[in-house]
Design a protein around this ligand. Structure first.
Ligand code: AR6
Length: 180
């Protein structure tokens, strides 16, 4: 599913984010940047062992929840990986929405700083961190839409959904943006 907003495109695809050809791939990391399962594990395997060395060297203190840091992408086709730390879902009363929005925003700002024309996001926090996917779709798409309308970059934002349920949830929300 594709939607154009002025000069920018938001694209939803179902698949594996490590296979997508974009300038920057967003990782759903933990605050220790220690690697892990899910999309983090897949990205570390695809990038190669140099990635964990680079994150340890550049960010020995890790990365706070609600923020993101950049590394090179190792063996992946992308130039950069932006390691975003989303919140663990604890019912919604602990600033989860603000933290997810600010993690996405940090990635978009990193894309602008590094002159990335294209960026791919996974559904941050919706796996191990249990964020409800329909709510994550609202927050992620609202944040991305606001940013591209305001800044006109990045030109292409791809959201890569691993399963059909997540793809459906994001599609339903993106459709509601068609008139805006
Ligand atoms: N491509 C795209 N999406 C994927 C892929 C993939 N290859 N693999 C999984 N997903 P998760 P979180 C989806 O758990 O909830 C890690 O251990 C997955 O189906 O990867 O932010 C980290 O180290 C789900 O929809 O990230 C952290 O400790 C989405 O990606 C913790 O998990 C996010 O699921 C972060 O948890």
């Amino acid at each position: 599913m594709l939607m154009q907003f002025q000069a920018c495109l938001i694209e939803l695809i179902q698949g594996d984010i490590t296979q997508v050809k974009v300038d920057a791939v967003v990782n759903a990391a933990n605050s220790h940047l220690a690697g892990g399962g899910g999309v983090d594990g897949a990205i570390h395997r695809a990038a190669g062992p140099g990635l964990i060395q680079e994150t340890k060297r550049l960010y020995p203190e890790g990365c706070p929840t609600g923020s993101a840091v950049a590394t090179r992408a190792g063996n992946m086709p992308a130039e950069y990986i932006f390691h975003a730390v989303g919140p663990v879902w604890r019912g919604g009363g602990l600033d989860e929405e603000e933290l997810l929005a600010s993690a996405c925003l940090s990635c978009l700002e990193l894309a602008r700083e590094h002159n990335c024309q294209s960026i791919a996001f996974p559904a941050i926090s919706t796996g191990v961190y249990r964020y409800p996917v329909d709510l994550a779709a609202e927050t992620m798409l609202k944040t991305i839409h606001q940013f591209i309308v305001e800044h006109q970059v990045p030109g292409r934002v791809v959201i890569v959904l691993f399963d059909q349920g997540s793809f459906g949830a994001f599609s339903r929300v993106l459709e509601t943006f068609s008139d805006s």
